[in-house]
Design a protein around this ligand. Structure first.
Ligand code: NAD
Ligand code: UPG
Length: 441
């Protein structure tokens, strides 16, 4: 089957590569010429484990082609996937301009019957609106049918998720469309959930809102744990053994970031608002997350009289490990506030530093290793749980000017820090202080 994928961000690229891997002839289209030039050379513009290798393999086998010309990709395509961005508008709603632009390009250029699959995350009713837009503008007598097929991949494990996802959701309004989508996706061997278009759109927002709720819930439990001297890691393990709760997405920390949860939770609030529904629970989830992203700042301000001229090392900048994505990363607010308070900030991340330079306050320093960042540091903050950071030898902290660590991702177990001489603050767990470390165990 010839498939065109419009947009080569995370979703478009991973969709294109995985569809070519299961044997389809895929054309990936983007308006960003620089990106397409890179992709043609087999270079991925994003850091994503396994992506470059799979992309190069499929380019070499002539199943995957990149172009800036929509006409080239659309020509003879059985199916067109729309995977462009739906960023946040100022009022929190989803910006649908990019999706609409592609729909109009389809009307203008497509000369054969086509299924148009919307992969981008779009508010309920958008697929129908795009179908109407196409029907209104189409001049040729063609069957162009919209299908909703939301994406559930996670950054950092996107390739694995494409081949081992829990379900593929397909929202369509005809048996014909279901059949085509089933045929395309069958080789993935993932359960296919067929539903109506509006429910498919809602599934995406509900899934992200539920996962965000789990995170904010465990973060609130963590905050209470700190006050009652319980350990949130133990609590999460204990509740997670109940299969009704499940043990995933219960990792307490400095909140959720990334390109999806912050934007999609706000967009769902807007969707609810449009139909006069006040989604109180979700408002709480968003508020808790905002506070949680700032929690380490509060802890620092409680611990020190002033942060002025203090050398603070930040380890990890990306919103999660195994990605160079800085969108809505907690490191953005944290570094900005530290600089505002007069601290000397030096940061390190294994892969996100180039992207970080585009979004972090300019006055911070970039170190080329953990050790360099920790040199002469008076405080270390851990913001992303990269393996490299979880494996830091405790000795490295001991070499700091003052060995005080604030760990926003609970990377170290408390026992290993006992007798280490390090002052260690984490999330939802007792503080390990050098003088009282022994008394805790
Ligand atoms: N990033 C994720 O992990 C993820 C996961 C699931 C769903 N989603 C959803 O998928 C969608 C895409 O997300 P993303 O992170 O891949 O987006 P992105 O913003 O990183 O990439 C979008 C790409 O589309 C291109 N583009 C815009 N207009 C175009 C046009 N008219 N023709 C061709 N290309 C065009 C842009 O140049 C850009 O390269 C969003 O709706 C997002 O919410 C994202
Ligand atoms: O127990 C947890 C799990 C995650 N996080 C944080 O939550 C954020 C998001 O993490 P994750 O969900 O792993 O990454 P994303 O790539 O943002 O993926 C989410 O957003 C995508 C875009 O919609 C969806 O496709 C995925 O299913 C959904 O998990 C990150 O800041 C994590 O640090 C926690 O704090 N605790």
């Amino acid at each position: 089957m010839k498939i065109a994928v419009v947009g080569t961000g995370y979703v478009g690229l991973v969709t294109g590569v995985s569809l070519s891997e299961i044997g389809h002839q895929v054309w990936c289209i983007d308006i960003d010429t620089e990106k397409i030039e890179m992709l043609k050379k087999g270079k991925s513009p994003i850091y994503e484990p396994g992506l470059s290798e799979l992309m190069q393999k499929n380019i070499a086998q002539n199943r995957l082609t990149f172009t800036t010309k929509h006409s080239e990709g659309f020509q003879g395509a059985d199916v067109i996937y729309i995977a462009v961005g739906t960023p946040e508008n100022e009022d929190g709603s989803a910006n649908l301009t990019y999706v609409e632009d592609v729909a109009l390009k389809i009307v203008e250029l497509v000369t054969q019957d086509t299924i148009v699959v919307i992969k981008s995350t779009v508010p309920v009713g958008t697929n129908n609106r795009i179908q109407d837009l196409i029907n209104q503008h189409k001049e040729r007598d063609l069957r162009i049918e919209i299908v909703s097929n939301p994406e559930f991949l996670k950054e950092g494990t996107a390739i694995y998720d494409s081949f081992h996802g829990d379900r593929i959701v397909i929202g369509a309004s005809s048996k014909y469309a279901f059949k085509i989508l089933e045929e395309i996706n069958k080789p993935f061997g993932i359960p296919i959930f067929q539903t109506d278009i509006r429910s498919a759109e809602m599934i995406k927002y509900a899934a992200n809102a539920f996962l965000a709720t789990k995170i904010s819930f465990i973060n609130e439990i963590a905050n209470i744990c700190e006050r009652v001297e319980a350990d949130v890691e133990e609590v999460a393990r204990g509740i997670g053994m109940d299969q009704r709760i499940g043990n995933k997405f219960l990792k307490a920390g400095i909140g959720y970031g990334g390109s999806c949860f912050p934007k999609d939770t706000k967009a769902l609030l807007k969707i609810a608002g449009v139909v006069d529904y006040d989604f109180e629970l979700l408002k709480g989830v968003i508020m808790v997350n905002k506070n949680q992203q700032e929690l380490l700042l509060q802890k620092l301000n409680n611990r020190f009289d002033t942060l002025k001229d203090k050398r603070i090392a930040i380890l990890g900048l990306a919103f999660k490990p195994n990605t160079d994505d800085m969108r809505e990363a907690a490191s953005i607010v944290i570094t900005e506030e530290l600089v505002n308070q007069g601290a000397n900030v030096v940061v390190y991340d294994p892969v996100a530093m180039e992207n970080a330079k585009k979004v972090l306050v300019p006055s911070i320093k970039y170190a080329s290793s953990v050790e360099e960042a920790l040199q002469e540091a008076e405080v270390a903050l851990i913001l992303t749980e990269w393996d490299e950071i979880k494996k830091i030898d405790i000795e490295s902290f001991r070499k700091m000017k003052t060995p005080i660590v604030f760990d926003g991702r609970n990377c170290f177990d408390l026992e290993s820090l006992q007798k280490s001489g390090i002052e260690y603050h984490s999330i939802g767990r007792p503080v390990v202080k050098p003088e009282i470390a022994n008394a805790l165990f």
